[in-house]
Design a protein around this ligand. Sequence first.
Ligand code: AMP
Ligand code: GLY
Length: 440
Amino acid sequence: MDFMNSVLIVGSGGREHAILKALLRSDRPLCLYAYPGNPGMERDGCMLVDKKITSWQELADWASMNGIDLTIIGPEAPLVDGAVDVFQSNGLCVFGPSKAAAQIEGSKAFAKELMKKYNIPTASYEIFNDKEEALKYLSAKGAPIVVKVSGLAAGKGAIVCDTEDAARNALSEIFDAKIFGDAGSSVVLEEKMVGEEASIFVITDGRRYKILPAAQDHKAIGDGDTGPNTGGMGAYAPAPLIDSEMLKRIEQEIVVPTLKAMEQEGRRYKGLLYCGIMVTSEGPKVVEYNCRFGDPETQVVLPLVQCDWYELFRSCAVGNMTPTEWVTVPGYCVSVILASKGYPGSYEKGKVITGIEDVEHERSNLDVYHSGTSLDNDDRFITNGGRVLAVSAWAETLIDAITIAYEGVAEINFEGKTFRRDIAAKGLKRLKRDTAGARH
Ligand code: AMP
Ligand code: GLY
């Protein structure tokens, strides 16, 4: 029998479920664990670490005791908190940036200073630790302007203000009401960029890298990008916005200089670097960096690459990325998030979900990723979060992928099911414009 490597995935969302499914698609036999994981991951054969963990050291001890060969850390909070450093100091192999490297997401002030120092294109900005100074700058610059808290804010820390009043109000909420707590002790005021956004994932050992197919997220809760921002209501890839010429520019003007800058700063970046890009009339600019895979982009990007994910993650983790066979799957992936009614505000939990298994069995090109689910006493899936499920489909054409994903969406039900009806519509529009007459 083949020797089985053991992998621990840290996190509990659709992103972690997508990482699990990618590992399962590789031929390599693996023994898979998740902490804390979710019921969808468990149903796919992953063992959940059934233990209350109060420190990264405790989880590292568990990993050592259970012979874990590779740990993959999904969310930003453990990375910014230094979980990778703890695992490494215990002699464990772990995929993700060190605490010092994760500052690229953990501190927007750090990321902006890095971009300025190394001439990486981004919006012009100033950093403030004091409200009065920020107000003076605001009066001089005027609106539109973007107000961002420097620390982690679960995707809600950037406020795009079209009027000076809105910006003053945001500053008052951050500095006076302290709605973001310590994350808002430092604030970035920056130029509002105009353009379309894309998510570029770079898997890297800090020197060698691979760029995954470009994706587009849909951050706002409502169709047509209306209403408040969420963690992401759907995604698709590859995004036609990023043609090969634009990708080359992003690689040369952003990816390569960023990796070099991080190494030069003594923060060599190993793991997944997420570059949030705005394609402006002047070219690609960085909106933000994240130190981890995006959610729901991971659900559409990973299925588009066939490779030995275990070997790729492991080799990046040890700083020697091996050129594993890497095949880009033709076609498109579309993922639609099903959310609880009220999200991103308050919502109820515990609603019974029906149809998941039927939908997956009926269609080979459809996957359901769990984010906010749990099991009730009768072993039924119930809602347990704002974003509940991601329904993802692959097809040769974008229009077919959209159709299949929405067929799945129609068959999965729970009280208060909320979703956007226009996921990937902007991609389809662009394809139609670029290649009039062809089938998309
Ligand atoms: P962030 O938290 O930095 O990712 O920002 C969240 C969202 O706010 C981005 O995805 C953009 O849609 C928007 N945003 C952030 N910064 C800017 C900017 N400088 N110009 C325009 N939109 C921005
Ligand atoms: N989908 C956006 C993010 O993961 O930050």
